[in-house]
Design a binder for this molecule. Structure first.
Ligand code: SPV
Ligand code: MG
Length: 556
């Protein structure tokens, strides 16, 4: 729907239309974000933002540039305050063409002579156009517009100029007969008495507009009850901004330390969101040439875990919220932060609940009778180049992922050497099965600073004696192009052979867990590197873990 059409729909609806003033793309976007119906591109706001009086000082072209920025920044209808149309009827015609061409929904034209003075300036020259002159402008505006729905709002300043209700009524009647779509009756009274008096004598069918700047006690409800269809809260963005800026600058002047302002500023991330940094990043990846190889992440999210009942009654485990955000969404964010936007998710249990955009999905339909290796190979199409594999039920620090991405080696798995200390107070419940690892080098607390040394996995299995294990596999691995190739070959070799017989610790290849596959690779003499970490992650395996994660994500 075009914006004139959207506005026409609001106009024919049964609710008041609320418009809020803005002076640039940013303020308009915040008006939209707050949920208002339309943006008012007000002359007083825009002039003040440019530091000039609201007195036809800015040219039409200058206003147009701002309005274009506003229409580009929002999707809701924009109503433009064109003052008096910047001249006579001939100027009005070009003005209408220009504003219509940048996508505004309608314009307001007032009966002040050119050059105008803002309605609230006192002690300035104030003069209105003769009625017939202004009617000519409205007719010219109607002739110039190309869309039927494009709204022409006629505004009379009769009450502002002290000419009385009768004059206001005469003018409104003539403007309505000339084809105005709405009549704005401007008033600078301290309360709504003037606009009330006007609406009581207004017998026309053309809807009315009010701008409760001086009669700020009047609510939308009050004004709508009086017969005003649109209520414009003009100048709000600029007035609140001036106060906020001035207060902040004065606080900074006295403290000369930015920290003093932290509570009165939005975080930088808010700025990034407003301008759509995400889109820029995606476009960079899609359209800029880069020497970095493309990396894919395959997230395994097919499984159903009965230990998590009843929480996973209607959701896959990875969609459980930890501190207000699903685990999976946290993973996607971390991947994107590390430059991986090519993300693949293998869905299974309650797969339709996982619906993030710009992701390729694979389904492991037999998730109930298979395990991790089958899920991974559901996405075999994605294993032609380097890729990262992640279990969907782990929370981890960015640094863990970064370390894995930097690691050398064709097959790398992340191993936590602080596993015995997790969780610190209680130790790991003895009945919990862990993917334990022995490695060629061992790191204890005193040696965790040496974690960058090259290290190899010797064994990975649930059945390793806890006393002999060195670390725990956290559910993250990386395969180079070559590593992926070798792994695929091995998998296809064992697929037939272990269809109905035990494969390492599992009853068959279908039921194989990731450590089984790693064991097979190692048994064939293929090198598996250990990417060693010391904490910085947490798994959500059961309700106990989930409680820990919800309570302690800040201390993993
Ligand atoms: C504007 O916002 O520029 C207006 C409304 O025309 S007012 O300033 O309240 O007159
Ligand atoms: Mg104005």
């Amino acid at each position: 729907m075009s914006r004139p059409e959207q506005f026409a729909k609001l106009l024919s609806g049964t609710k008041p239309i609320i418009s809020v003033g803005a002076h640039n793309g940013l303020s308009a976007k915040l008006v939209e974000e707050a949920g208002f119906d339309t943006v008012w591109a007000g002359g007083l706001e825009i002039s003040t933002a440019m530091c000039v009086p609201d007195a036809n000082i800015l040219s039409m072209a200058e206003n147009l540039a701002v309005v274009r920025n506003i229409t580009e920044s929002v999707k809701i209808p924009v109503i433009v305050d064109s003052d008096n149309g910047y001249g006579n009827a001939i100027n009005v015609m070009r003005m209408i063409e220009q504003y219509e061409s940048v996508g505004v929904a309608g314009v307001c034209i007032e009966d002040n002579v050119f050059p105008k003075r803002n309605s609230f300036y006192v002690g300035v020259k104030r003069e209105l156009e003769p009625i017939n002159e202004f009617v000519g402008k409205l007719r010219a505006a109607r002739k110039a517009k190309s869309s039927d729905q494009f709204a022409i709002i006629a505004r009379t300043e009769a009450l502002i100029a002290g000419m009385g209700l009768d004059e206001a009524l005469n003018r409104a009647t003539a403007y309505s007969e000339a084809g105005a779509d709405m009549i704005l009756v401007h008033s600078k009274a301290k309360d709504a008495s003037e606009v009330k008096a006007f609406s009581e004598i207004w017998k026309g069918s053309t809807p009315l507009v009010s701008v409760p700047t001086t009669y700020s006690g009047a609510s939308v409800k009050d004004l709508y009850a009086l017969g005003y269809k649109m209520i414009i809260f003009a100048n709000i963005a600029i007035r609140t901004s001036i106060m906020s800026m001035a207060n902040s600058f004065s606080a900074l002047k006295s403290s000369e330390r930015l920290m003093q302002l932290e509570d009165s500023m939005v975080p930088l991330g808010r700025l990034f969101d407003i301008v759509g940094l995400d889109v820029l990043k995606t476009n960079e990846q899609m359209f800029l040439s880069t020497n970095d190889q493309k990396r894919t992440a395959v997230i395994l999210a097919a499984g159903f875990d009965k230990r998590m009942m009843p929480l996973v009654h209607q959701l896959p485990k990875c969609m459980l919220q930890v501190k207000g955000k699903p685990i999976l969404e946290r993973q996607i964010e971390l991947l994107k932060n590390s430059g991986i936007s090519d993300i693949v998710i293998v869905r299974g249990y309650m797969g339709d609940k996982i619906r993030y955009p710009n992701i390729r999905y694979y389904e492991n339909a037999s998730f109930a009778n298979t395990h991790m290796v089958s899920s991974l190979f559901s996405a075999e199409n994605e294993m032609d180049d380097e890729f990262v594999m992640i279990y969907s039920d782990i929370l981890f620090d960015q640094s863990v992922l970064e370390k894995l991405l930097k690691a050398q080696g064709d097959i790398c798995v992340v191993v936590d050497h602080a596993w015995r200390e997790r969780p610190r107070e209680t130790g790991i419940p003895s009945e919990k099965t862990l993917d334990l690892v022995t490695t060629s080098k061992q790191f204890d607390r005193s040696r965790f600073l040496d974690l960058d040394e090259e290290n190899h996995v010797l064994t990975m299995a649930k059945g390793i004696d806890r006393k002999l294990a060195h670390g725990e596999f956290i559910g993250m691995a990386k395969f180079s192009k070559k590593g992926a190739q070798v792994t695929k070959e091995v998998y296809h070799e064992v697929l037939e052979k272990y269809k109905d017989k035990p494969f390492h610790e599992s009853s068959s290849i279908q039921m194989a867990s990731f450590p089984d596959l790693i064991q097979e690779l190692i048994a064939r003499g293929i090198e598996v590197r250990s990417v060693d970490i010391f904490k910085g992650w947490m798994e959500v395996d059961d309700l106990y873990d989930y409680g820990m994660a919800s309570a302690r994500t800040d201390s993993v």
